[in-house]
Design a binder for this molecule. Structure first.
Ligand code: MOS
Length: 672
């Protein structure tokens, strides 16, 4: 089955947020703080207002009315305090985008700067232990005596890994069009991973009843987490539309996206592992340091994979956070699990070398029968199957474990392995299924952020209704549709699909229409540990002359429940793995310690893999039948592809060169 919106997308007919036409539309352009901390003394919009086409200048000099309950990152122009460099401090509205942008440069902002602090370190005096980490996990989970486990171990590894600030770079920039419609409702076309939640946040920020706000996002050009929370452009478009009494459009520049759409927190991760003579873990400790802003406590759950992955009698996982003069971090594909598994799976590789064991076998002997952090049984877990199938396909048995000995001309060649994991959750969702003559209409406020959600939901509905997919029409991407959770946390298909199945079942009973709300059904989910697992294998070639690193092969094997659509699933897996390659070798946003903000602010500086970098990436999956999950038997697949990839590549670089790099990205300078 082809992707339903494939044709309109590749022919340019799919309409994205900034592309909707609107009568008398005006354009807004943001003015950003040039200091990292301090107070705005004065915003002088006078010179800007004299420029051609300028309609208004918004700033804290005349704060637009907003609710006190607004999310602090969305409470635009409400305070004179500056929390980070790049924060939106004013905006110009004009008749054209070019006029708005030119006038924004003429807005004069005077500051009273304070000393700022933008640097995360493991010795920072401001570090503290958050009460909970995202999305509500305890900060600490542990059991047994880690010190005793390390003391009795035959082999120990104590290592620190660091990951940099990383930025999502969806192809569609963050954009919005807002206006008040004829009925007095605020309509926002937004780049959103969830229109229900975006509607709630915009209504809260503006102090409007929810039913007076509608958010539409029929096509979204990628999000990866950066559109999972409402970003300032949506609120700015609404404030500007209210100020000038016209529809207002805003499109962030790529540079602005680095400042105001969130980022993956940098991490410092300390791991201590102990193993007995057979390689069985005697202790596992994972301490993760991350940062947040002074505005919001965003505590990423970096140390949680240790609670899931391996059997150990002694476990300690904990988090430390420091509030810096930086923008608030946000979600980036597999937040928590991705950087956490980079460190854990790299440390497991170091343990395998220290113990003289094969890294595939080390993981197999430490496979957990119950979830280590909770003792709960798994609904299903086939990490071992993924490792064995991956080893077979990859040709692992021919591998000589000795590092730094395979040479082809100037190239050093090595292979590495790492495990993957991601939780299989679902959230309450509503859906309506209606008979339309010979066809069926499925309505749910789901979001298709490029994943193929429409297609997956069409298949799920057609399966349940036992009709051809051509007779099913899925309507999504509109907050006026039945309430749905975000496309995030790899929960979209599981959450929306559950509601779609129930609505279709009800339709079959009723004959005309079925309505579903899974809130009660989800409460009945039994107490089980639900996760997808995988194994990733990488082959790298490292130039001994230039340090250039080429990924010759990547293979991912996943056990992720039932796969609804093989074409879409493969794209998700290899997309995640490609993003993991970027994390391993290229992606890094440097923070400007002197002035605050970020030094990398566009795609010329922030490097992501291009086609020439991606030689041979393959993803396969094991059939997994898990009846404890949801009516479809699916686990999420949007995020697990990026989990473990960077570790597999880093482990392969070690195998190639004999040199362990513990700070991402692994650039030529670090391996030479
Ligand atoms: Mo994704 S980081 O769950 O939007």
């Amino acid at each position: 089955m082809n992707r339903i919106e494939g044709r309109v997308k590749v022919t340019g007919l799919a309409t994205y947020a900034a592309e909707y036409p609107a009568e008398g539309v005006a354009y807004a352009f943001a003015v950003q703080s040039r200091i990292a901390k301090g107070r705005i003394k004065r915003v002088d919009g006078g010179p800007a207002l004299e420029l051609p086409g300028v309609l208004a200048v918004l700033s804290c000099e005349d704060p637009p009315a907003m609710s006190e309950d607004a999310d602090p990152e969305l409470a635009l122009f409400q305070r004179r305090e500056v929390a980070y460099r790049g924060q939106i401090v004013a905006a110009v509205v004009a008749d054209t985008y070019e006029n708005a942008r030119a006038a924004a440069a003429a807005v004069r902002v005077d500051y009273d700067p304070d000393d700022h602090d933008v640097t995360l370190s493991a010795g920072h005096p401001g570090l503290y232990k958050p009460d909970v980490v995202n999305p509500g996990f305890p900060t600490d989970v542990g059991k047994g005596d880690v010190e005793a486990g390390l003391a009795e171990a035959a082999t120990t590894v104590e290592v620190t890994y660091e990951t940099p600030v990383l930025h999502n770079n969806p192809m569609e920039p963050h954009a919005a069009l807002a206006y008040w419609d004829a009925e007095g409702r605020l309509l926002v076309y937004d780049t959103a991973q969830g229109t229900s939640i975006s509607r709630d946040l915009i209504a809260t920020a503006l102090g409007l009843p929810q039913e007076q706000v509608r958010v539409v996002a029929r096509h979204v050009g990628g999000g990866f987490g950066s559109k999972g929370t409402t970003r300032p452009q949506a609120v700015l478009a609404a404030l500007a539309a209210r100020a000038v009494g016209r529809p207002v459009k805003i499109v962030l520049t790529r540079q602005q996206m680095f400042d105001v759409t969130g980022y993956r927190t940098p991490t410092i991760q300390r791991l201590r592992l102990g193993a007995d003579a057979q390689g069985r873990l005697t202790a596992l400790e994972h301490v993760a340091y991350g940062q947040s802003s002074t505005l919001i406590e965003f505590a990423e759950q970096t140390a949680v994979p240790g609670r899931v992955m391996y059997a150990t009698p002694a476990l300690r996982t904990t988090h430390r956070l420091v509030r810096l003069d930086v923008a608030t971090p946000s979600w980036m594909r597999a937040p928590g699990e991705c950087p956490g598994m980079y460190a854990l799976e790299s440390a497991m590789d170091e343990l395998a070398y220290a113990a003289g064991l094969d890294p595939v076998e080390l993981r197999i002997v430490n496979d957990a029968e119950t979830e280590p952090g909770t003792g709960l049984p798994f609904s299903s877990r086939d990490l071992v199957g993924c490792l064995r199938e991956g080893a077979r396909r990859f040709g692992w048995e021919r591998r000589d474990p000795a590092p730094g000995i395979r040479r082809e001309g100037e190239w050093l060649v090595g292979t590495g392995v790492a495990a993957s994991t991601y939780p299989a959750r679902r959230m309450p969702c509503q859906a309506v299924a209606t008979v339309l003559d010979d066809d069926f209409l499925i309505q749910v406020a789901a979001a298709d952020i490029g994943t193929g959600a429409r297609t997956a939901l069409t298949r799920i509905a057609a399966d349940t209704l036992e009709v051809a997919p051509e007779r099913v029409h899925v309507e999504l991407g509109d907050s006026d549709l039945p309430r749905a959770p975000v496309a995030g946390g790899s929960m979209g298909t599981a959450s929306w699909g559950s509601a779609v199945v129930r609505a279709c079942e009800e339709l079959k009973r009723d004959g005309k229409q079925g309505r579903a709300d899974t809130a009660e059904e989800i409460k009945g989910d039994a107490e089980l540990a639900r996760h997808a697992f995988g194994a990733q294998f990488a082959e790298v070639r490292v130039s001994s002359v230039t340090g250039e690193i080429r990924v010759a092969r990547l293979l991912g094997v996943f056990a992720a429940g039932r796969i609804v659509d093989p074409v879409l699933a493969r794209s998700q897996f290899i997309g995640g793995m490609t993003m993991g390659m970027g994390m391993a070798l290229m992606e890094e946003t440097l923070t400007d310690a002197e002035f605050g903000g970020f030094l990398h602010r566009d795609l010329a500086q922030y490097h992501v893999p291009v086609c020439a970098d991606v030689r041979d990436v393959e993803a396969v999956w094991l059939d997994e039948s898990d009846g404890e999950l949801n009516p479809m038997g699916t686990k999420g697949i949007g995020e697990i592809g990026i989990v473990g990839t960077a570790a597999a590549i880093g482990n392969a670089v070690f195998h190639a060169t004999g040199h362990r790099v513990r700070e991402l990205p692994i650039t030529p300078a670090k391996v030479l």
